[in-house]
Design a protein around this ligand. Structure first.
Ligand code: GAR
Length: 203
């Protein structure tokens, strides 16, 4: 798993993985910065961690290459980005093609990018939510695996709305990743399917 922040979604997945019936195990947690809550949570649980900062690499492609080999060393079946705030590059996408999952605090394709909660509030939407997607070379543009809606309240600011989205997001990520690992998934053009209707399972 890759994180940049507090890691509450990581924690939800760690809790789910404690049940063998869930079907997944977190093999490592990586971050793009030091001092993240996500890495602290993983260390406390005895999960291997690593930090790979962009500013420590001379070029972005060198950072991407290092991140790729650090992740690949753990031989993950899936790479889950849970609040990971960097775009990965060509090496990473090639290595984990079709197996990178990201969670985003908006109903994509509306409000991609880093400030999606603020952008949704400013736009004045009455319903927003979260999306679990497969990562492609674009910004939050990959096939959508699952979505959940969240109402925007008149009293909301960015913090309260994001917190309410994250409650829905934790459940959605745990449910989606669990179904993927247990039942497989497929993608046809832009349409991702999980489970019995997925046809040829990826898992
Ligand atoms: C989540 O809302 C996730 O969607 C968002 O960061 C939060 C992480 O929360 N990711 C992005 O905005 C990526 N564009 P957490 O650190 O508590 O798990």
């Amino acid at each position: 798993m890759l994180v940049s922040g507090t890691g509450s979604i990581l924690q939800a997945l760690m809790d789910a993985c404690a049940d063998p019936g869930y079907g997944a195990r977190i093999v490592a947690v990586g971050a793009d910065r030091t001092g993240t809550g996500g890495v602290a949570r993983a260390e406390a649980a005895g999960i291997p961690t690593f930090v790979r900062r962009l500013k420590d690499s001379p070029e972005r492609f060198a950072w991407d290459r290092m991140l790729t080999s650090e992740c690949a060393a753990f031989e993950p079946d899936l790479v889950i980005m849970a609040g990971f705030l960097k775009l990965v590059g060509a090496d990473f996408l090639r290595q984990f093609d079709g197996r990178i999952v990201n969670t985003h605090p908006a109903l994509l394709p509306s409000f991609p990018g880093l400030h999606s909660v603020r952008d949704a509030l400013r736009h004045g939407v009455k319903v927003t939510g979260c999306s679990v997607i497969l990562v492609d070379a674009g910004v939050d543009s990959g096939p959508i695996l699952a979505q959940e809606s969240v109402p925007v309240l008149d009293t909301d600011d960015e913090a309260t709305l994001h917190e309410r989205i994250k409650v829905a997001e934790r459940t959605l990520v745990v449910d989606t990743v669990g179904r993927m690992v247990r039942d497989g998934w497929s993608v046809q053009e832009r349409r991702a399917r999980i489970g019995a209707s997925a046809g040829r399972a990826r898992w």
